[in-house]
Design a protein around this ligand. Structure first.
Ligand SMILES: NC(=O)c1ccc[n+]([C@@H]2O[C@H](COP(=O)([O-])OP(=O)(O)OC[C@H]3O[C@@H](n4cnc5c(N)ncnc54)[C@H](OP(=O)(O)O)[C@@H]3O)[C@@H](O)[C@H]2O)c1
Length: 207
């Protein structure tokens, strides 16, 4: 499982008000679409759907390949009806907690967990339906959940040559954060590439 994100030099993945901003340059966007074309599913949290309304498909101008399954972690079913992930252009799975009442017409749903989506159960169920490669595209809270839960194998971060600043701007990993350094997710740098005007950093997650 791969986590992929783009951040500014100061570690921000969006503006101070949470609005998404294009941190990736053209070369990185091409890389991300090629990566999407190679995986079975792409996963985001509902926070990203609400802020950025991503389509999460493979743009043909950048890569060939089938669109992966789009997965949204959405405990209470807050994904808006007009969200691009519900546009029918690729298969979508909305994952809510067990007691969520909302249903989405024409979209597959999975209900698991109580306070939030149970990621272990989700990954087990994805595995049993043949989804082997998962690309986690954010946002901040979801990236923390996957790293903290020891669920990711790799982290790929494009560092764009900009400083966004803003104390409230989401960083690469949010959530509760580590209480001590021992609780930090540990990474091993495996590759560095100068890409366009930025740097691509690739890490293996140490478990
Ligand atoms: N630069 C980049 O690469 C990039 C990529 C993507 C997003 N972003 C930015 O990231 C920001 C959004 O991040 P965010 O932290 O607000 O939202 P998020 O990580 O996209 O979604 C988090 C939400 O997912 C739901 N969720 C359900 N089960 C979960 C679980 N087990 N673990 C984690 N989340 C779970 C929760 O909402 P419920 O309780 O309502 O279910 C949670 O608040 C936006 O500003 C966006 O622009 C940047």
């Amino acid at each position: 499982m791969i986590i992929n994100a783009a951040m500014s030099v100061d570690g921000k993945i969006a503006l101070a008000d949470g609005r998404g901003v294009r941190i990736s340059d053209e070369a990185d966007i091409r890389r991300v679409h090629r990566l999407r074309a190679q995986v079975d599913a792409i996963l985001v949290g509902v926070g990203t759907v609400l802020k950025d309304d991503p389509k999460l498909t493979v743009k043909r101008e950048y890569a060939d390949g089938p669109d992966p399954l789009r997965i949204v972690l959405d405990s209470d079913g807050k994904t808006p009806e007009h969200a691009k992930v519900l546009d029918g252009s690729a298969p979508t799975l909305i994952v809510t907690t067990a007691d969520c009442q909302r249903s989405f017409r024409g979209v597959e749903m999975l209900r698991t967990g109580t306070d939030e989506v149970d990621l272990h159960s989700l990954l087990d169920q994805l595995g049993s339906r043949g989804i082997r490669t998962l690309l986690v595209e954010g946002g901040s809270t979801v990236i923390w959940s996957f790293l903290h839960g020891g669920l990711a194998d790799e982290l790929r971060v494009f560092v764009g040559s900009a400083v966004l600043g803003g104390a409230t701007a989401p960083t690469l990993a949010g959530g509760e954060g580590a209480a001590t350094l021992e609780q930090a997710a540990r990474l091993r740098l495996t590759r560095v590439e100068r890409l366009g005007d930025g740097v691509l950093l690739e890490y293996a997650v140490v478990r």
